[in-house]
Design a protein around this ligand. Structure first.
Ligand SMILES: [Zn+2]
Ligand SMILES: [Zn+2]
Length: 783
């Protein structure tokens, strides 16, 4: 769930440190931040016996009025006393080693400033729970023989059992766990303890992994380099791109690249060479991919060419995640592959960051801190002074615009490898598609004929429908009643396998009904989801095996892989699914890709809907014709003239981007203006509305003041870029999860001005109790 209101984000909290030690009696001070929406650090005295306090470690301190013991991150240690007579003192140090290094410390500071949340909240989110709680480790007691120069004089006498145990300890040549030595010497722990007491063994304790090596899940978690798989020979485009990129790797320094390569153009080979090069230099690489692409197929390509690989995916337990974090931090891992949060991997000598499918929305986190992993990665590369490469067949317009103005270096791979053509795309106008009498079907005659032909020729078929469930529209034709979620302003979807009407946003579900609750007439189940499509395929293509991939069928770890393996082995002929099947899959025998309804998602109230539709179509089209048999794509649509459909059909990203950017500029949307979205929500509609109005007033004021100040500061008389306030208005989904929601957007060409306005307002406004608000800088979700 989201963090509680950003209430006291930039004000002084109500809690004041209780009176503890006089400041003048202390010599060292530590600045501590907490997992709360607070904008500044708190200074504590460091007692002499806690010399281990240091930046990046957690400590326990008394916090707030009640001086409640509270964990926090130390962000700075200084001998400069704060301008206050008294400070509280640190009570405990919680970590032996710093959990984040200097670079990540700076990165999290930047994130807190940019995404307008507490520094402590960011640190808390960045360091996995398994690391914070030392999951997967235990405190172990070791013993080792005392060096000859430090032996007691005269030597104490020992029992025969003690003598035997001492011999074992000496033979081992390195520290042994006390219990293990006792087992080896077949004696009780008391015998070993006696040796310690007599000064012949030294005892110390250390935190160790409970399991070594850590357990791998599904063979996906870690691969140690085995045989080197041979590098593929590069085509001329790849050679050109690689030459340019290699220069940046050799030279070092911050250098961002946007690698625009059509589907199947061999972007991964470029990444692999770059990673090999970095590993050869004794450095490490981080590779970010969307969670959905973390398939063994992807991992397989990195395996064996790049040193020790760690894969951070969402199915890892806290203990496994903790174990990998520590292995990366210890320098045992050269390449970290993972989704969003892998951008924070505690590498020691980072040499390169790769972001594949950089346009993917899943890189944006939708809870505090609401960061975008691509943007954070670019900042990390800048702080560490290293190259970063962002790759995509359909780059985000933000990155494309950055390349256009020279902020990123553009590299292009315009052709597929081995001179394979991009598949021809046929657009089928559903308005004119004949409908066989009687039955409404999702697969029109043209698509059906193409599927039959493809299957007859032993090809395989991928069908995309980006809507899950069975019936997506449950309504009463007599009175117009639509089955809705109890908690949200949203229609529910009928899921046949679960025999339930389900809200896709909050998860609420109810038993399906046959009679309209309003007028008692018969309810109609209409609208098409993947579950119903699967049934239709079963009827139309008996004798062919169809499997469905969507978040309903793919919730169990490994289910994804089982279906893909079966598809690769030819045991499955038709793969149907949501956007999950559109991305990254590389199956040479797929000769037909069908898009059942390209218009899903096109008409959403979101300025990015055309961009997302284009990306999805281009990506799914890219699954066809990757082998010798070639292939084609059929797109069913009711809007065949929409540019995102006609241009996706021509594989013309550049033209689509150029046109879409004209719109964005006209309406002053990103990438031309920075945008922050604020959501006010409450279970009471009036309370939310009233606070939204109050907040809007505060923003109007702040905009005036900030603009006037900026003009006054600037002697040349140039006006700062304007800040626009749009709203407040009801959110497109007004009621969500029982909250009534209002939103606004604040926009400006300049992030600095935008942030100044936001900070000004956040410092003074407090929502009344029962009302919350969230700030989403560079928002992606507009619901
Ligand atoms: Zn009715
Ligand atoms: Zn709901």
């Amino acid at each position: 769930m989201t963090a509680p209101a950003a209430a006291n984000l930039f004000g002084d909290p109500d809690d004041r440190p209780a009176p503890p030690v006089p400041t003048r009696t202390a010599t060292r001070f530590a600045d501590i931040v907490f997992d709360r929406p607070l904008d500044h650090a708190y200074t504590y005295a460091v007692p002499d016996h806690l010399a281990a306090v240091g930046p990046g470690k957690r400590v326990e301190v008394p916090f707030g009025r009640g001086s409640k013991p509270t964990p926090g991150f130390c962000v700075r240690v200084t001998d400069q006393p704060p301008a206050r007579d008294e400070v509280k003192a640190v009570t405990r140090v919680l970590d032996d080693d710093a959990l984040v290094d200097d670079h990540v410390m700076k990165l999290t500071r930047w994130m807190a400033d940019y995404y307008l949340c507490g520094w402590g909240q960011v640190l808390h989110a960045v360091v996995p729970a398994g690391v914070r709680e030392n999951a997967g480790t235990r405190q172990a007691v070791f013993v080792e023989p005392v060096g000859t120069d430090r032996l007691p004089n005269p030597l104490p006498t020992v029992s025969p059992r003690q003598k035997a145990a001492l011999e074992y300890a000496k033979e081992e040549g390195r520290p042994l766990e006390l219990g293990r030595l006792a087992r080896l010497a077949k004696c009780g722990p008391g015998v070993v303890a006696g040796l310690v007491k007599k000064g012949l063994l030294r005892k110390f304790s250390e935190r160790v992994e409970s399991q070594n090596p850590p357990v791998a899940t599904g063979g996906l978690s870690e691969e140690v380099a085995t045989a080197h798989s041979p590098a593929i020979e590069l085509n001329p485009d790849q050679v050109r791109v690689w030459d340019e990129f290699r220069g940046a790797l050799a030279g070092g320094g911050y250098h961002p690249f946007l690698l625009h390569g059509v589907t199947g153009s061999g972007k991964t080979e470029i990444y692999l060479r770059a990673i090999e090069e970095v590993v050869r230099q004794g450095k490490e690489a981080i590779v970010l991919v969307p969670e959905i692409s973390l398939t063994p197929q992807t991992i397989e390509r990195f395996r064996g060419r790049c040193g020790n690989l760690a894969v951070l995916h969402s199915h890892l337990t806290d203990a496994e995640r903790g174990a990998y974090w520590r292995r990366v931090a210890a320098g045992h891992i050269q390449v970290v592959v993972g989704a969003r949060s892998a951008v924070f991997a505690p590498t020691r000598k980072l040499g390169l960051i790769v972001i594949d499918e950089e346009h993917e929305n899943s890189f944006k986190q939708e809870s505090t801190p609401r960061y975008h992993a691509r943007d954070v990665a670019v900042m990390r590369a800048r702080l560490e002074g290293i190259p970063i490469v962002m790759g995509s067949a359909t780059p985000s317009l933000e990155s494309w615009a950055n390349a256009g103005k020279g902020a990123y270096t553009l590299l292009t791979l315009p052709k597929r490898v081995e001179d394979r053509p991009l598949p021809p795309v046929r657009v089928i106008d559903l308005r004119h598609e004949p409908r066989p009498a009687g039955k409404h079907s999702a697969i029109g005659p043209t698509l059906e004929a193409a599927m039959k032909a493809a299957l007859r020729d032993k090809g395989q078929v991928i069908l995309l429908l980006n809507r899950r469930g069975f019936s997506t529209h449950v309504h009463c034709p007599a009175c117009g009643h639509v089955a809705q979620c109890q908690n949200c302003d949203l229609a529910v979807t009928f899921h046949r396998a679960r025999a339930a009407l389900v809200c896709h946003y909050c998860g609420w579900e109810t038993a399906p009904f046959q009679q309209c609750p309003a007028c008692q007439q018969a309810i109609r189940y209409q609208g098409l989801g993947t579950e119903k499509l699967e049934v239709e395929i079963g009827e139309k293509f008996p004798g062919h095996v169809c499997r469905r991939m969507d978040s309903d069928t793919m919730s169990k770890p490994g289910s994804h892989q089982r279906v893909l393996d079966a598809f690769r082995d030819g045991l499955v002929h038709i793969l149907v699914g949501t956007q999950m099947i559109a991305k990254g899959l590389d199956f040479p025998n797929v000769t037909l890709v069908g898009v059942v309804n390209a218009d899903v998602g096109l008409h959403l109230p979101d300025f990015r809907s055309a961009e997302r539709t284009f990306q999805l179509l281009a990506q799914v089209a890219g699954r066809a014709g990757r082998g010798d048999k070639g292939g084609q794509v059929l797109v069913q649509t009711f809007t065949p003239d929409h540019p995102c459909i006609t241009l996706a059909a021509k594989h013309d990203y550049a033209e689509f981007a150029a046109r879409e950017l004209v719109h964005r500029k006209e309406y002053r949307y990103p990438p031309y203006e920075r945008l922050a979205r604020l959501i006010v929500r409450s279970e009471k509609a009036e309370a939310a509305a009233a606070f939204a109005d109050q907040l809007a007033g505060a923003f109007q004021e702040a905009i005036k003041r900030v603009t006037a100040d900026a003009e006054r500061r600037d002697a040349t008389g140039t006006r700062p870029p304007p800040v626009r306030l749009l709203g407040p208005a009801e959110c497109p989904v007004y009621r969500l999860n029982n909250f009534y929601r209002f939103h606004f957007q604040i926009q400006s060409e300049q992030s600095a001005v935008l942030h100044e306005v936001l900070r000004t307002v956040l410092a003074v406004v407090r929502p009344p109790s029962g009302v919350e608000f969230q700030v989403d800088v560079d928002a992606y979700s507009m619901m």
